[in-house]
Design a protein around this ligand. Sequence first.
Ligand SMILES: Cc1cc2nc3c(=O)[nH]c(=O)nc-3n(C[C@H](O)[C@H](O)[C@H](O)COP(=O)(O)OP(=O)(O)OC[C@H]3O[C@@H](n4cnc5c(N)ncnc54)[C@H](O)[C@@H]3O)c2cc1C
Length: 381
Amino acid sequence: MDFNLTEHQRAFQQTARDFAQDRLAPNAGRWDEERHFPAAELREACALGFGGIYVDEAHGGTGLSRLDAALIFEELARADPSTTAFLTIHNMVAGMIARFGSDEQRQRFLPDILSGATFVSYCLTEPGSGSDAAALKTRATPDGNSHYRVNGSKAFISGAGASGLYVTMVRTGEDGPRGISCMVIESDTNGLSFGRPERKMGWNSQPTATVSFHDCRVPVANRLGPEGAGFKYAMAGLDGGRINIAACSLGGAQACLDAALAHVKQRRAFGKTLADFQALQFKLADMATELEAARLMVHRAAVALDRGEPDAGMRCAMAKRYATDACSHICDEALQLHGGYGYIHDYQVERFVRDLRVHRILEGTNEIMRVIIARKLLEAA
Ligand SMILES: Cc1cc2nc3c(=O)[nH]c(=O)nc-3n(C[C@H](O)[C@H](O)[C@H](O)COP(=O)(O)OP(=O)(O)OC[C@H]3O[C@@H](n4cnc5c(N)ncnc54)[C@H](O)[C@@H]3O)c2cc1C
């Protein structure tokens, strides 16, 4: 067991840190306020190889591991968890196409995804099914031999309207998970439309909206794998997605801890700096300890996924559950340590509090993480 990063890992971690400081940090507050989607900066990130971090080099990707991706996403999220989170979804879907698509589909879709010329969204949730995703109702029925006709709608889709491709879970067969297939739907498909962008507590640098399909003709050639495999692919994508989101939480929490440390050293009360009060020192010690524990869990789960360990899914759920809860708490404590200033936009901590809050809800809520962990424990008992 080696906890040291390799020279290579330190090098791309530094690349991510530099990019985050130069291109994300100076703008993140404004993007949040103006609800601006930074397509140009995301493309710059893709040019650094961050558009398909764990897509094999043979398929045009960067060919790094899930652990490497976690290191990169943590660095980017120290500046901007919202924009980084969108990049993680883009990577998750790129990874699904690389892993489950045919050679023809990889050649058709991946080059533009990896370069950032096309962004990709992941469409599982529906207005009537979130946690119970296998109850989804969007239906694809055969339309001749070469097409499906897709009808239904997807809720809360990150990147809706900005993405060129929508990797969508649809029902092609029976009720339940085995009747679900996965298809790539292009944004210019007739009958595809977007709802009004949701007004959200955070994640404001990326749009979230409903995606509706009304008699959309989708080529059979756009289906990933066989009919009925879609739910398995969707869940496999999410295992990695959960590590990625957890890594975004690590970055946000690290930024808030750094800000809190700087603040307590310069802010004075009762004739001392805040850093002189042991009650506040203990708070900082707990924040740093929780962050270290969360990081270790995320890295351990990433390694489990890289190695294809049988309990990787459970480890991803544990890491996502713990890291997103702990890091959300760390950001909130940092806000408290800033006193009234923590509540003010200019100090940025409140943006991290808002951005990290949703990590406890999406890519499977933290209650659903407990369902996954408990199921695996009881199976093995
Ligand atoms: C900003 C944002 C972006 C998103 N982006 C995407 C995206 O890109 N693609 C996508 O497909 N989805 C996306 N989602 C949707 C997200 O994944 C869902 O909101 C989430 O899975 C929860 O589903 P729900 O909102 O329907 O809540 P529900 O399933 O209705 O859950 C409500 C509450 O009940 C709890 N609960 C439900 N079932 C159980 C149970 N069995 N045991 C214990 N507790 C339970 C939940 O944990 C939750 O606390 C996004 C959501 C948001 C807010």
